[in-house]
Unconditional design. Sequence first.
Length: 375
Amino acid sequence: MADTATEMPVVNETVNATAENVTAKIPATPEGMFVAYSSLVIMALIPIFLGSFRSVRYHKEQKASGEKPETMSSKDAAMFPIIASCTLFGIYVVFQIFSKEYINMLLAVYFFFLGVLALAHIASPILHPLIPPLFPNQEYHMIFTQGPAEKKEEIVNWKFDRKDLLVIALSGVVGLWYLIKKHWVANNLFGLAFAVNGIEFLTLNSISTGCILLGGLFVYDVFWVFGTNVMVTVAKSFEAPIKLVFPQDLLENGLDAKNFAMLGLGDIVIPGIFIALLLRFDISQKKGSRVYFYASFLAYFLGLLMTIVVMHFFKHAQPALLYLVPACIGVPVFVALVRGEIKPLFSYEDHPEAKTEGDGEKKDNVADKKTKKEK
C-alpha cells in the first residue's frame, strides 16, 4: 500500500565521472517499480550504444585531421580512483561546513551552461535537417588565443553558423526549464547528453588501460558504499543532472510524480567508454564482426539487471560497478580466449602512431649518440 512504502537505496550517482549512491522510495505497486527500473535500464543502454558509434566517427575525424587525441595513460587510469576519492571526500567536507542550498545554487548555474552545450552537440545533427532552407544562415569562425604573437596558444577554435546558434537557443530553453523547475524530464535530457558526450570524447587508448581504470573504480565504489556513509551523504545532498531518474509513481501521478528511482551517470559512462573501445577494436579487425561490442553490451545489460535484483532483494545500497566491472571485462576476455585473440585484443591501440613517433625519436637519439662515439 502507498502508506507502507519503504526507503530503499538505489544505484549510484557520479562526481567527476565516478559513481555514487542515492536513495529513493519504492512505490507500493509492482507495476510502477517495473516501469521505473525498465526505463532506467533502457536509458542506460541508449547512450552507450549511441556514444560508442559516435566515438568511432570522432576517432576517424581525428586521424583524418592529424590531430593527436588526449588519451588516458595507464598511470592516469591508476591514479583516477585516488583522485576521485579525494574529490568525493572533499565535497563531503564542504557539505558539512557550508549550506547545501547555496552550494547547489552554484552547481545549478554551472551545470546549466554545461548541459546546454552538451545537449546542443547531441541535438544539432537531428535539428539541422529540420530547419527550412529559407532560414538566413551564415557561417562564423571564432578563434581565441593567448600569449605573444610568436608563441600563441590556441584556447578556442570554433566554427559555427546561425543554425548552431538556433539549436543552442532551443537547448537553452531546456536549461531554463531545469534551472527553474528542476523537472525530472529536463534532468534526464541533460543527463543523457552528458552520457553520450562522455562516451564519445573520453578516450581509453588500450584494453589494458581500460582494465586498470575499471578495476580501480571497482575498489573505489565498493569501499565508499560499503565502508562509509560518505557517498550516500554526498549523493543525497548533491543536486545536479549527473543522474538519470524515473518516477516509480508515474502511473498514479503522471509527470508530477515525486518518488524517483535513480541511476548515476558514472554507472553508464565508465563502462561505456570501455565498451566503445571494444567497438573500435572490432572495426580495426576489418572482419565485419562486432562480436566484442555486442558481447560487452549484453554483459553490461545483465550486470545492471543483477544490480537491481540484488538491491531489491537485500534492500541495501549496492555499488553498481561491483557487478558491471566483472561483467564488462570478463565477457570480452572470455570471448577472446575462445576465439584465440587475447594477444590482438590487449595489443590493440587506438592511436599507435603516437607511440611509434616516440619510439622513433628514441631510436634517432641512440643512433646519434652511436655516431658521435664512432667519430
